[in-house]
Design a protein around this ligand. Sequence first.
Ligand SMILES: [Zn+2]
Length: 484
Amino acid sequence: MKTNLACRTVLIVLFGLYQGLDAGWASAQESSILQAQSHRSKQTVDLIVKGDHIVTMDAAGSLFTDAVVVVDEGLIIAIGPASEMLTSFQSDEVLEGNNRIVMPGLINGHSHAAMTLLRGIAEDMALLEWLTQYIFPAELEFVDSKFVRIGTELACWEMIRGGTTTFVDMYYFPDTIAEVVESCGLRALISATVIERPSPGAANAADSIDIGNAFIKRWKGKNSRITPVFGPHASYTLNVEQLIAVREAAKEAGVGITIHMSESRYEVDYAKEHYGKSSIELFDSIGLLDLPVIGAHVVWPTNTEIPILAKRKVGVIHNPTSNMKTAAGISPVTRMLEAGIHVGLGTDGAASNNDLDMWEEMRLAAFLQKVDRMNPEVMPANTVLTMATRGGAGAIGLGDTIGSLEVGKRADIIQVSFDDVHFIPTYDVRAHLVYVADEQDVSSVVVDGKVLMKDKEVLTIDTDRVSREATVLARRIHFEMQSR
Ligand SMILES: [Zn+2]
């Protein structure tokens, strides 16, 4: 915390010297006293974020107009009307708030960030065919540490641009992912994919568990923005012994896991055929759900499985775009929310989406439930906005740290500009954020108190270099795939 002691002392000495001089100095003396008093009463902080509206997303649904969020040492230390706050706090760094909505950063609960480089590589087919015929072979051929570095940088650029401040990642070369996240300033839970088949950098599941273990050893506790976890891929790409080995490794390392869960009919049928139970029942029967678990997709949970998810406190991540694109099905999100399950939103990888736009996920999550239930009242805007922020934070185990603008939480904050024509008029700010806003409207992004984007300029990534490197690499991948 900085102090303005020196400034205060100089002013006090100055107006002390004025005393005893002739009456012509009176007004200067008075203004100096006023200045000294106002400086004396103000605390200098690291950052002040202003907004015409502040949507806190706290449990009480608090909203402020013409207000500020005060940030110091990475924490939110005060929120309130500008007229009150600015008499108490000052900062050299201020994000101005004219035509700005201030809200918590969005939480992308399931992604494979580096797959931005495979965006559009194979389209319009079923999940299993897409994975086994195109994605897994392309990854084996092209994915190395350099690919992951460039692909993750591209993803982080896109996510910062769109107002995502935290993401949960499952991919290969996790140290490289963590290095990119460390450098660009985002917050992330990062896992090495554990999978039975040969994958980039690993010959089998045992190899990928070793990679995960080594990664967790290096990164656990190293950077408060980076949480290493295990990433067992799914119940149809790992057998029971391998799932148990991951459970033991995660328990030993004291970390959670993120796993694809009940994503497709294929997965459900496979589990029934091979284990005589569904994948969620299988995970529960082997104690996997005793760990902190983030289950991605959860499209096909039965009425008996939803209580299991609630009881085991599994965080569920709904990925509406990916589920629609691969025709995986419609997740019973409203039923899971009713059961008290923390449900967040995710984009999945850019190869099955094909972007990392959380605003689109919010909209589609709302529309998909409404049309599925034939009821426009289900999944109202505020529920969806909660899933993208506070609910998502709860689902990934960071509910006490991020997800809402509250004193004591880490300062993960975005400003949304409502300069665009589609904000005229704006009657209900929260509904407008869900049904109208998109990623191009995000103007500034703060993570852990640090400004990552200001007035739409990304400050922590060399976007020209990333654009160049990604284009060259994608051209090579395209050429090699076409010349087969
Ligand atoms: Zn996925």
